[in-house]
Design a protein around this ligand. Structure first.
Ligand code: AMP
Length: 219
């Protein structure tokens, strides 16, 4: 299963991507996570990306495309993958098509989680992540058992620096400007599977499973 997950920041892409990755036993490739890891490790890509991430702007396409190309070329992606956070604009979408063509493969589906903007702001402002294992939580919708502590590994939870009011506004603006064309593109080539994301996590998961089963006739 070779899939892309689209949707605004805070749509729950990370959570749903984890589910799809487990179910189909494929790697979950989050460009946001890769960049945050690179920033933490102070690699050249990480140092370049940090300024863009903090402002809520997109990292230049060539940097991202190179990073994704390298990742998709690894053996664990042969069986499939779920891309989360990439592509984010039409140019990246075309670059992905080109990369997959070079690898002799193609996408099976593009799952688009559609969430109204007011829900997105509410979700992003309460989002928390484990500093140690990266597990995601929400103070209201998915709280940890113990405040500030990861259920999975006991690590400390933190709020992403780009989940603040001004940066959220920028990220949504960029999403609005750049992703609409990408959604139309995938729709025009019959890859788009649109899911209403203004529901509980479990309901969205069930809907994705059902749609992937019927639309793709996969297990
Ligand atoms: P995310 O975790 O997907 O919300 O991404 C966090 C930040 O990483 C974004 O606001 C961008 O600055 C950067 N980023 C992640 N993926 C991409 C991408 N495909 N293209 C450009 N920048 C990206």
């Amino acid at each position: 299963m070779k899939t892309v997950l689209l949707g605004p920041p805070g749509a729950g892409k990370g959570t749903q991507a984890e589910h799809i990755a487990r179910k189909y036993e494929i790697p979950h490739i989050s460009t946001g996570d890769m960049l945050r890891q690179a920033t933490k490790n102070q690699t050249p890509v990480g140092l370049e990306a940090a300024g863009y991430i903090d402002k809520g702007e997109l990292v230049p396409d060539d940097v991202i495309v190179r990073m994704v190309k390298e990742r998709l070329g690894r053996p664990d992606c042969r069986k499939g993958f779920i891309l989360d956070g990439f592509p984010r604009n039409l140019q990246q979408g075309k670059a992905l098509a080109h990369t997959l063509d070079e690898l002799g493969t193609d996408l099976d589906a593009v799952v688009y989680i559609n969430v109204p903007e007011h829900d997105v702001i509410d979700r992003l402002s309460g989002r928390q992540t484990c500093r140690n294992c990266g597990e995601g939580y929400h103070v209201k919708y998915m709280p940890p058992k113990n405040k500030g502590v990861c259920d999975k590994c006991g690590g400390q939870l933190y709020q992403r620096t780009d989940d603040n009011a001004q940066t959220i506004k920028n990220r949504l603006e960029i999403y609005r400007q750049q992703t609409a064309d990408l959604i139309s593109y995938y729709d025009s080539i019959n890859l788009l599977v649109e899911i209403a994301g203004d529901k509980t996590i479990d309901e969205v998961t069930k809907e994705i499973d059902a749609r992937l089963r019927t639309d793709l006739r996969q297990p």
